[in-house]
Ligand binder design. Structure first.
Ligand code: SAM
Ligand code: SF4
Length: 349
């Protein structure tokens, strides 16, 4: 036992133990063990559902350093966070990302580190990420049609993404999950090609219902292709699907398996079947703001604490207060819904 390590409030970092009541539990009884860290708001493409073509990025000096991110993650781990996912913006445009993965992997209590990427830079970085300790990877890909890729992302890059996905499989990532946005009048024709690509390459595909996290006034409920419609397309085009026996009740995706045993499909039905009551996530933005929900309209300024000479105890208290103040759900489907000021790329999806 290391006597120089602090006791933070009611929990003790010296032996890594976390008493049940020291965990991050909100007023609805939800235990938070999952931290999503955005490492940049920048991106090398411009998906229209995520960000506008022209955008003012955060000044680099506003971004948390790797050391600041790791300090926050260490405090969070002391409160029961055991899963971390790196995201952005595009996380692979942040220089030396494998170094951050290795630093996070050393934190006691962190069992699982994942990454969500658009895949453009993945072919070059997959091996370094694997060697740094990353084991979970999700690659966003909305279409198997190169022209439609340019239409939705406003940039070329389809071939690089495919190469990145195949490289990630080669270096050992298993599964590689593909995230595809589900947008009406865009995704219908993509469902079968994406699902077939996934089935033939040992990948898992997940369809994510389009959410109002882009420019004000753009999203309409009528623009969402619902999970039920996608399941119908898959059933007709490929074959019957059944809910997976090992579905994790706390995961956002509801997984299905094909009757022929060749593959798995996930539905992230954030709009048609919100999963807020099982939410276990908190988010740290690239500029160090803690958000207790993707749709939060209030944030906690962790960067000010990190840079203001505050002790770990203050950061832990801020984390607890943020989780304690978490609302019941996102209310996308209600007239009360208030869109957050930040767009998806600056929150961290
Ligand atoms: N750049 C990386 C990528 O695209 O995978 C990571 C960040 S991106 C914001 C994370 C995920 O959010 C992606 O899978 C993306 O498709 C999803 N996303 C972005 N905007 C969205 C929206 N309006 N509704 C639902 N999902 C969205
Ligand atoms: Fe970039 Fe990811 Fe947003 Fe697309 S979804 S613009 S890849 S951050």
């Amino acid at each position: 036992m290391n006597a120089s390590l602090p006791i933070l409030g009611a929990f003790d970092l010296r032996d890594g133990s976390i008493a049940a009541d020291d965990r991050l539990i909100d007023s609805f009884g939800r235990v938070h063990n999952n931290l999503r860290i955005s490492v940049t708001d920048r991106c090398n493409i411009r998906c229209s559902y995520c960000m506008p073509e022209a955008v003012a990025f955060m000044p680099r000096s506003d971004l948390l350093s790797f050391e600041e991110i790791v300090r926050f993650a260490r405090v969070a781990a002391g409160l029961g966070i055991d899963k971390i996912r790196l995201t952005g913006g595009e996380p692979l445009v942040r220089r030396d990302l494998p170094k951050l993965v290795a630093m996070l992997a050393e934190i006691a209590g962190i069992k699982d580190i994942g990454l969500t990427t658009n895949g453009i830079l993945l072919a070059d970085l997959a091996a370094d990420l694997w060697n740094a300790g990353l084991r979970r990877i999700n690659v966003s890909l909305d279409t198997m049609n190169p022209a439609k890729f340019v239409e939705i992302t406003r940039r070329p890059g389809f071939e690089q993404v495919i190469e990145g996905i195949l490289r990630a499989r080669q270096v050992g990532f298993d599964p590689v999950k593909i995230n595809a946005l589900a947008i009406k009048n865009f995704t219908e024709d993509e469902v079968i090609p994406l699902a077939e690509f996934a089935r033939s390459n040992g990948l898992e595909i997940r369809f994510i219902e389009y959410m109002p996290l882009d420019e004000v006034g753009r999203w309409r409920r009528s623009m969402v292709l619902f999970a039920a419609d996608i399941l119908e397309i898959l059933t007709k085009g490929i074959g019957p699907l059944a809910p997976a026996a090992d579905n994790d009740p706390r995961a956002p995706a509801l997984d299905y398996v094909y009757a022929d045993g060749r593959g798995r499909v996930g539905m992230i039905a954030s709009v048609s079947r919100p999963f807020c009551m099982s939410c276990n996530r908190i988010r740290l933005t690239a500029d160090g703001k803690l958000r207790n929900c993707l749709f939060a309209v209030e944030e906690t300024d962790v960067r000010a604490l990190l840079r203001g000479g505050e002790r770990d105890e203050s950061i832990a208290l801020a984390l607890r207060a943020s989780v304690a103040g978490k609302l019941e759900g996102h209310e996308i489907n209600s007239a009360r819904f208030v869109k957050p000021d930040r767009l998806m790329h600056s929150i961290g999806g």
